[in-house]
Unconditional design. Structure first.
Length: 153
């Protein structure tokens, strides 16, 4: 994907919303595109993001879906399917804890923009403004989890 197109895609991701084109360009330059065949397990639930794994190519990354799809499974049960413009793997990069789900490439495969743990942390250090949209997203998730469920009670 061309640099300008990738910057545009990243700008549309809620995790990066409101960041300047300059910062989005730096994010785009620091990551890489990755392709996965249908059925490939991209992330394994319980895998650590620390230690040697974090230094291995593809070992500890977050991904923005550019094409295809990804299935999110928790304890063997499918929770959701992600498509272009969505992302996964960010929580472990933020908190350093093991992966919370399996992520499997969909039946048409998966193309992502991947950002390593070390690059992610370096970008946060150099551009603390990156943290603001992330905090908004995480706060929205917490609020959504706290809302009463229509099927409860």
């Amino acid at each position: 994907m061309a640099g300008g197109d990738l910057v545009s895609v990243l700008g549309g991701v809620d995790l990066f919303q409101g960041l300047s084109p300059r910062v989005l360009g730096q994010i785009a330059e620091r990551g890489h595109e990755a392709d996965y065949a249908p059925g490939t397990v991209v992330i394994v639930q319980g895998d650590a993001v620390e230690g040697f794994k974090a230094f291995a190519p593809g070992g500890a990354e977050m991904h923005v879906v550019l094409g295809g799809s990804a299935r999110i499974d928790v304890h063997g049960e499918t929770h959701t399917v992600l498509g272009p413009g969505t992302y996964f793997g960010e929580i472990s990069l933020i908190d350093g804890r093991p992966r919370s789900a399996d992520v499997v490439a969909g039946e048409d495969g998966l193309k992502t923009f991947a950002l390593s743990k070390w690059t992610f942390e370096d970008l946060l250090e150099k551009h603390p403004e990156i943290a603001v949209p992330m905090l908004r997203v995480l706060a929205a998730r917490l609020r959504a989890d706290e809302e009463p469920r229509a099927d409860a009670g």
